[in-house]
Design a protein around this ligand. Structure first.
Ligand SMILES: Nc1ncnc2c1ncn2[C@@H]1O[C@H](COP(=O)(O)OP(=O)(O)OP(=O)(O)O)[C@@H](O)[C@H]1O
Length: 319
C-alpha cells in the first residue's frame, strides 16, 4: 500500500472515531472542553490552596459542582463573594476558572470585568444616562460572549463600586428566563467580588475569637445576619442589592474571613516554594511579623490579608 493511501485510510478511520469538532478541540480551546468538572479535584484544590476559609470552601464546592452537573439549570449561577482585602476572593475565582477551563483566567471563555477600570465611577451621571451609554456596551459584551460559549464565566471585581446603571444592565441575564433575545444564559456563571460586609464579617470572627471559640466553628447562619445588615444598608452597594438581592438573583453569598498570622505564614511558604526556594521558617516568621494586624489591642487579623506578603519576600531574596 502506498503511503498516501495509507495516510488517507488512517485519517478516515480516525475521523470515524473522532468527530471533526473533537479533533479540532485537540488543538484549540473549545467551549465544551471540560464538560465534566471533577468535584474531587475542586475539593482537593480548595483544600490545598485556599487557607482559613472553611465557609467559602464548602459553599463554592457545592454550588459550582452542583451547577455544572445539572444539565438544565433554570438560571445562571450567581455567586457574591464578600470580605476583607487579600483574603482570597480573586484567588478562588481563579481556582473555579481553572477547574472548568484548562486555561483558567486566560481562557477565551472566562471574562474579568473591573468596574473601576472598565467604566469609571461617576456619581454625577444619571442612572438613565449610564444605562444608555455604558449599559448597552456591557450587554453586547455579555451577549457576544455567551453566544460564543454558553458556559461562559464572568467575574465582576469591585462590584460595590459599580455604577447602578451597569448593574441594571446585567440584571436580565441573571434571571430565570429561558431565552433573552434568542440566547440562553442559563449555563453561564457570574461571580461578583466586593469588600461590602467585610467589617461585619470581621466582627463575627472577632466575637468568636474573644469567646475562645475556634474559627472553624463559625457557621454560615452566624454570618447571614451580619452580611444582610451591612450589605443591604451600605450606601454604595445599596442599589446593587436592592436590585439583585430583592429579586433573588444572587444564589449564594460567600463570606471570606479575615486572615490570621498563621494563614499569612501558609501563604509565604507557598510563595517560597513557587519561587523554587526551600522553606526557611526564620524568613517566614520575619515576613509575617512585618505585616500589620488589627484590632490594635489584640492584633489578630492581617489588614492586607495575604496581599502584600509576596513583595515583602523580595527583600530577603534580592539576588
Ligand atoms: N485565603 C487564602 N488562601 C491562600 N492564599 C491566599 C488567600 N487569600 C489571599 N491569598 C493570596 O494572596 C493573593 C491576593 O489575594 P486576592 O487577590 O484573592 O485577594 P482579594 O480577596 O480578591 O482582595 P481584594 O478585595 O483587595 O481584591 C492571592 O493571589 C493569593 O496568592
Amino acid at each position: 500500500v502506498e503511503p498516501i493511501s495509507l495516510g488517507l485510510a488512517l485519517a478516515g478511520v480516525l475521523t470515524g472515531y473522532i468527530s471533526y469538532p473533537r479533533l479540532y478541540c485537540l488543538f484549540a480551546e473549545c467551549c465544551s472542553q471540560k464538560r465534566s468538572l471533577s468535584r474531587e479535584t475542586l475539593l482537593k484544590d480548595l483544600d490545598s490552596k485556599l487557607f482559613g476559609q472553611h465557609l467559602a470552601k464548602k459553599i463554592i464546592l457545592n454550588a459550582v459542582s452542583g451547577f455544572i452537573s445539572n444539565p438544565k439549570p433554570k438560571k445562571p449561577l450567581t455567586l457574591s463573594l464578600h470580605g476583607w482585602t487579600g483574603t482570597g476572593k480573586n484567588f478562588v475565582s481563579k481556582i473555579i476558572a481553572e477547574n472548568i477551563y484548562e486555561g483558567g483566567l486566560n481562557s477565551d471563555f472566562v471574562h474579568l470585568f473591573v468596574a473601576t477600570l472598565h467604566f469609571p465611577h461617576a456619581s454625577n451621571i444619571t442612572l438613565y444616562k449610564a444605562r444608555a451609554e455604558w449599559g448597552d456596551q456591557l450587554q453586547q459584551w455579555i451577549r457576544g460572549n455567551v453566544s460564543a460559549c454558553a458556559r461562559s464565566i464572568f467575574i465582576f471585581d469591585e462590584m460595590d463600586k459599580m455604577h447602578a446603571g451597569l448593574i441594571d444592565a446585567i440584571k436580565p441575564f441573571l434571571d430565570y428566563y429561558e431565552l433573552v433575545d434568542r440566547i440562553s444564559y442559563q449555563k453561564a456563571i457570574f461571580i461578583f467580588l466586593s469588600n461590602a460586609g467585610a467589617e461585619k464579617i470581621t466582627d463575627v470572627a472577632l466575637d468568636f475569637w474573644r469567646s475562645g471559640k475556634q474559627r472553624e466553628e463559625i457557621k454560615l447562619k452566624d454570618m447571614e445576619h451580619a452580611l444582610s445588615v451591612s450589605v443591604f444598608n451600605n450606601k454604595n452597594s445599596g442599589f446593587w442589592h436592592s436590585s439583585l438581592i430583592d429579586r433573588n438573583l444572587i444564589d449564594y453569598f460567600v463570606p471570606f474571613l479575615p486572615l490570621e498570622y498563621k494563614h499569612l505564614k501558609m501563604c509565604i511558604r507557598v510563595e517560597m516554594q513557587a519561587r523554587g526556594y526551600e522553606v526557611d521558617e526564620d524568613i517566614v516568621s520575619r515576613v509575617a511579623d512585618e505585616m500589620t494586624f488589627f484590632p490594635k489591642e489584640e492584633r489578630i487579623f492581617s489588614d492586607k490579608g495575604c496581599k502584600t506578603v509576596f513583595t515583602k519576600l523580595d527583600y530577603y531574596y534580592d539576588d
